[in-house]
Every structure is written in structure tokens, then in C-alpha cells.
Design a protein around this ligand. Structure first.
Ligand code: 5GP
Length: 133
């Protein structure tokens, strides 16, 4: 097991704009979003990536991804979402705690990294939380 930045977020040792949490997963805004509202869905049980995940954990995770995808689409008024998982460095994985990206997409947008204005991430996280209730 590695003690990654996501493990610190799970333990609330590092702040994050958390949009959802239950016994199995936590979801929070990506600090370098491809689009505003880009959310990471992270299983609380550590695994490195898809290659060592228990099937049951993966099944639970994808159900939460679906729930959060609906909320992200609604809260951001997005036209669609990308669901992505990077597995191993060759595939772009930089944090070695399994996670799935939910990226809102808009007709004609691009996936270059965006930055949040002060307060913007907190406001977007609140909208996503509201869409989950
Ligand atoms: P991957 O490992 O799938 O390439 O992506 C990891 C993601 O975690 C990146 O998109 C990166 O921006 C995000 N990330 C890295 N460190 C932090 C952090 O401290 N807080 C948050 N909210 N996201 C982070």
C-alpha cells in the first residue's frame, strides 16, 4: 500500500472540495481540472489501479461513478461527460491510488487544463452536492 495524496484527502489531512462520500468512496474536484467540475471518484480501500482492484470494489466504484456523472452533468449543465481511468505511468497515472475521472464536456470545448478563480471550485462543488440530493 502507498500513502498517496488521495489517502491524505480521505483522512481529511489535506483539504479538497468534496462532493460526495459514503462508506466505499469519496469524490472531490480535481485540482487541475480539464473542465470546471472535473471530479475524481476514489475508492476508500487502497488499490494501485485497475490491475489489483477486487472485482467487488470495482463494481461498487462504477455505480458511484454513474451517480456522480449524473450530478456533474446536471450541476454544470454539461452536454456530456468523459469517464476515464489512467492505469500505470505509461497511461498517464500520477497518483497511485485507484480513481476514476468524471469530466464534464461541452460542445466545442477542449480538455486543456483550466484553473479555478478564488471561490469558484467551492461554488461548483456545492452545486454538484445539491444535484446529488
Ligand atoms: P491520474 O493519476 O489519473 O493521472 O490523475 C491524478 C489527478 O489527481 C490529476 O488530474 C491531478 O490534477 C489530481 N490531483 C493531484 N494532486 C491533487 C490534490 O492534491 N488535490 C486534488 N483535488 N487533486 C489532485
Amino acid at each position: 500500500m502507498e500513502d498517496t495524496i488521495f489517502d491524505k484527502i480521505i483522512r481529511r489531512e489535506v483539504p479538497a472540495d468534496v462532493v460526495y462520500e459514503d462508506e466505499s468512496v469519496i469524490a472531490f474536484l480535481d485540482i487541475k481540472p480539464n473542465n470546471p467540475g472535473h471530479t475524481l471518484v476514489v475508492p476508500k480501500n487502497w488499490s494501485r489501479n485497475i490491475f489489483d482492484m477486487e472485482d467487488a470494489n470495482l463494481c461498487t466504484l462504477i455505480t458511484r461513478v454513474k451517480k456522480i456523472a449524473h450530478a456533474v452533468k446536471e450541476a454544470l449543465n454539461a452536454d456530456g461527460v468523459n469517464i476515464a481511468m489512467n492505469n500505470e505511468p505509461a497511461a498517464g497515472q500520477i497518483v497511485f491510488h485507484a480513481h476514476i475521472h468524471v469530466i464534464p464536456r461541452f460542445i466545442g470545448d477542449n480538455r486543456e487544463h483550466k484553473t479555478y478563480a478564488p471561490g469558484e471550485a467551492a461554488a461548483i462543488a456545492a452545486k454538484i452536492r445539491a444535484a446529488l440530493t
